[in-house]
Design a protein around this ligand. Structure first.
Ligand code: ADP
Ligand code: TRP
Length: 323
């Protein structure tokens, strides 16, 4: 049994790229592993200063996870900022992290290259992420490809701390699943809320239909054979259909005789049905936000017990436990 940890930033509505790459595997892990799942609201602050939006997105992310089947009795589920130890550990780790390590971060460099004026929080983002992971002694961290380097930074920080102060932290491994590494958006690029190509989990019916009809395809006529490997409509279909259905569609693509319009209609039906139960649960939960707050409060109490123990040990090692 592994201790698996991952977090998601509440920086907007969650889309099916987030779902298949991160949320679905996490929800499955709760059955057989010790699962730590949290909402990274401190991280979201590095790119937005809208307080009301942050509150709203944090609650929405919690409701989304819970309505999709995350069970707070089976796992540790909390909001990052409810554990004060995480920022304390961040400072301690920051004092043992070289500037060079952070300066090499692709994610930071990309953001700066895109014209963002970085704040110090954005620069130290990987240290906070290391604290998230090391505080709970997690050994496996499932993330998308884009987070791989952040995991390497965490490992570097943990290894160098351990070699200075003796075995303190578990060295975590990234878990990147190749088949779902990048979920395409409606334009074929990586699905992202920043690219106007995202299909959200809880899209309204009309909007979902519109987005699916807008999925970009090539102009191969209905009768002609099509290449399923090069078609992101097919890729999206295969996420929602079972293996047999996917195989049937693959054969139809190869033979010719099916048009993209027909595939889009089927895809709409599949997606709408796929999230039907979760949509129902979400509607119920939204009528009782007090219950969500209780779940998160209980979750952070349970999680904090572990955080306190790790931080106490770290404080002793670095010389902060003077009394
Ligand atoms: P966005 O690109 O929409 O801003 P985030 O960066 O907030 O999404 O991603 C949150 C999590 O979902 C990360 O683990 C990230 O790797 C994963 N993820 C986001 N979009 C995709 C995608 N299109 N394909 C695979 N994983 C994704
Ligand atoms: N940086 C991650 C992302 O944007 C979110 C995150 C924060 C995270 N802390 C983490 C993921 C710790 C895994 C482990 O997707």
């Amino acid at each position: 049994m592994s201790r698996i940890l991952s977090g998601i930033q509440p920086s907007g509505k969650l889309h099916i790229g987030n779902y298949f790459a991160m949320m679905k595997p996490m929800i499955e892990y709760q059955e057989e592993h010790e699962l730590f799942c949290f909402i990274a609201n401190y991280h979201a602050m590095t790119s937005s200063a809208d307080g009301d939006k942050l509150t709203e997105n944090t609650v929405e992310a919690a409701v989304t996870f819970l309505s999709l089947g995350l069970d707070p009795e089976k796992c540790f589920f909390w909001v990052q900022s409810d554990i004060p130890e995480v920022t304390q550990l961040t400072w301690i780790l920051a004092c043992h992290t070289s500037m060079g390590l952070l300066e090499r971060s692709h994610s930071y460099k990309d953001k700066v290259a895109h014209g963002i004026t970085p704040n110090a929080g954005l620069f130290t983002y990987p240290v906070l992420m290391a604290a998230d992971i090391l505080l709970y002694q997690s050994n496996l961290v499932p993330v998308g490809k884009d987070q791989k380097q952040h995991l390497e930074i965490t490992r570097d920080i943990a290894q160098s701390f351990n070699s200075k102060f003796g075995e303190t932290f578990v060295i975590p491994e990234p878990k990147i699943s190749d088949d779902i590494a990048v979920i395409p958006g409606t334009d074929g690029q990586k699905m992202s809320k920043s690219y106007d190509n995202a299909i959200y989990i809880f899209e309204k019916e009309k909007e979902l239909k519109k987005k699916i009809m807008r999925i970009v395809t090539d102009s191969t006529p209905v009768d002609e054979p099509k290449d399923p490997g090069k078609c992101h409509l097919f890729a999206l279909y295969s996420l929602f259909a079972d293996n047999d259905m996917t195989e049937v569609l693959r054969q139809k693509y190869l033979k010719g005789g099916i048009g993209y319009g027909e595939v889009k209609k089927q895809l709409f039906g599949l997606i709408w049905e796929y999230f039907a139960e979760a949509r129902e649960k979400r509607n119920q939960m939204q009528n009782d936000i007090g219950e969500i707050h209780k779940i998160l409060e209980k979750g952070s109490e349970k999680t904090r017990e572990i955080a306190i123990k790790t931080l106490e040990n770290v404080k002793k090692k670095v010389g902060l436990a003077y009394n």
